[in-house]
Ligand binder design. Sequence first.
Ligand code: GLA
Length: 436
Amino acid sequence: MGPLPVTQLLLALTSLTVALDNGLMRTPPMGWMAWERFRCDIDCFDDPENCISEGLFRDMADRLAEDGWKELGYEYVIIDDCWMSRLRDEQGRLQPEPSRFPGGIAKLASYIHDRGLKLGIYADMGTYTCMGFPGTTLDKIEIDAQTFASWEVDYLKFDGCNSNPVEQMLGYPLMSMALNATGRPMAYSCSWPAYLGGLPPSVNYSLLGDICHLWRNYDDIQDSWDSVQGIIEWFANNQDDLQPAAGPGRWNDPDMLIIGNFGLSLDQARSQMALWAIMAAPLIMSNDLRNLDNSARAILQNKVAIAINQDPMGIQGRRLLQEKSHIEVYWRPLVHSASALVFLSRRTDMPYRYHTSLAKLNYDAGNYEAYDVFTGSTVKGLNATTELTLSINPSGVVMWYVYPEQYKEEAETLVQQHMKAPFTFHKAKALHHTVL
Ligand code: GLA
């Protein structure tokens, strides 16, 4: 490789603090992304319903808009790898594969915008994408950012296959500036840390927070409990490095929600939703919204779990305890002195009766109530020393929304709203600002 383009590096490093301060993503983004469920299926001849094509994204936009998702905050429709033509056009611009996207991306963007949704797209900092489509080398960053803006894209996932750490150190900040320079507010998801092992000192999380809205820290999710459990474990084991990096406008991304696919039981699906809410993770589903069973829908549309995920303080939660019994306790502080508790069983035998109290979980003396997020029952008349027995299913969770009794009325309003369907996005927003 030739000498470092030092001037570019300095330019990048000195402009970082203003690079992406565009006010987006004060709470974790929510939406749908193609990758985990639909991968790189480009065979529209044999598999027209499921191949990566404009029809798939229009279908998912229809479902988000018509089946109550949008009102809950699920607003991004995100294209992943394999949308591109193998060749750039004569002006050097990326272009979609014409047989699968005959209308082009701008037309798809307007279809999505017409339904009150936003469009995300995928590119790769490197010579090729992970699946071998044209990459964005350093010299192509500006033109690609401009192309995406000209199509009215709202979100970029910038992957990092086929590049080295020096190119990544230059490319990720440069793309941030190039997106800003277009004048179009675009969210910026960086896969950079996942290519560096996800931890300091290789990863500089304060720099990432300045240039990206969210970032992939760790391995790709797969359709299995093993994969989900591995991700939860890695994030919890490294929480001292990861948890402080998150906040409004800057989120760790443990990858897509796979609820509604083939690999998780009902309990495991609840566990993923619960832990993603604790982790202040993006709620980006990768499933087939055209064929979703009612239990998956109920978990993904659980308003209290969503309100916990979207809490306006934006403080990522932590694992508090790892018991010898293989029960783990997670906690996240929420506005108005409320909090979320998740009791996760990593056992493989039978429901475990776990004995604890709020005092043992560091709660102050006082009177509390707890709403059980997945069963809908309320535990009243608690104080910090009340002895509790919780029954936690193997690979399942009990998830509690806990609030001091003096905020009871507000909390009950939130919970009642959860029981009623549907209610509008605007009301939902107002609700969690005034209530939680
Ligand atoms: C990487 C990313 C995935 C997905 C694929 C596409 O593995 O981490 O999320 O985008 O590339 O090829």
